[in-house]
Design a protein around this ligand. Structure first.
Ligand code: SAH
Length: 213
């Protein structure tokens, strides 16, 4: 299965079978080669629907989960999006195809550097990657139309809820890292927050402070 066209077809078929049906999301995921974000011995498994190890003991999420989270986020072409948990940069790259601008934050300097190199190589000029503790969001760039968190917290961090624009959507996994986590979709309205529970997932934990290199 080395033929790239066949590989892409199978990759997209897998996404559709998992419930990723939004044409814009599928097009974005067809355009962005996941293989560019996986290094070393796992690179050959980049087109399988599974999470894979990346540097700093972290993981690149499963493509179907990336697809479902992106779909739930309902990104518009004029949106400013914040991602917490850059990791490999794959999720940010997908978002860059759908949004006006993407800010992505990781607590590991090395991951931010390596992801930035890939963004540059792929000419994804609307992504800004920064090293920071993302639990506090990015107050300087707030408010955001959309926020996605790709590491699990027990509850949605309140600074992130505060930095979401009214009418904005945030998608994140919540729950303790060693038990079942759920993806949730939070919509901010004039009167408060609406919560919708999606599917069970497993993410690495959202940790405090910067990572030790
Ligand atoms: N979205 C990534 C996968 C992220 S894995 C991808 O597409 O590859 C989760 C990431 O969240 C890890 O890289 C981890 O370092 C980061 N992370 C955990 N806690 C964080 C925090 N408080 N602030 C910023 N990043 C954090």
């Amino acid at each position: 299965m080395t033929d790239p066209a066949e590989r892409t077809m199978r990759f997209l078929y897998g996404l559709r079978s998992a419930g990723v049906t939004d044409a814009r999301v599928l097009t974005a995921m067809e355009r962005i080669d996941r293989g560019a974000f996986v290094r070393g011995i796992f690179a050959e498994r980049a087109y399988e629907d599974m999470p894979l190890p990346i540097a700093c003991g972290q993981t690149i999420s499963q493509p179907s989960v990336v697809g479902l989270m992106t779909q739930a986020l309902q990104v518009n072409s004029r949106d400013k999006v914040l991602e917490i948990g850059t990791g490999s940069g794959y999720q940010a790259a997908i978002l860059s195809q759908l949004a006006r601008r993407v800010y992505t934050v990781d607590r590991h300097r090395r991951l931010v550097r390596e992801a930035s190199e890939v963004f540059q190589a792929l000419s994804l000029a609307n992504i800004t990657a920064l090293t920071a503790d993302g639990s506090f969001g990015l107050p300087d760039q707030a408010p955001f139309d959309r926020i996605i968190v790709t590491a699990a917290a027990e509850d949605p961090p309140s600074p992130l809820l505060a930095q979401l624009r009214i009418g904005g959507i945030m998608v994140l996994p919540v729950g303790q890292s060693d038990t079942v986590q759920h993806l949730i979709k939070v919509t901010k309205t004039e009167t408060g927050l609406d919560y919708e529970e999606m599917r069970p997932v497993r993410f690495v934990p959202l940790l405090e402070g910067l990572g030790q290199e």
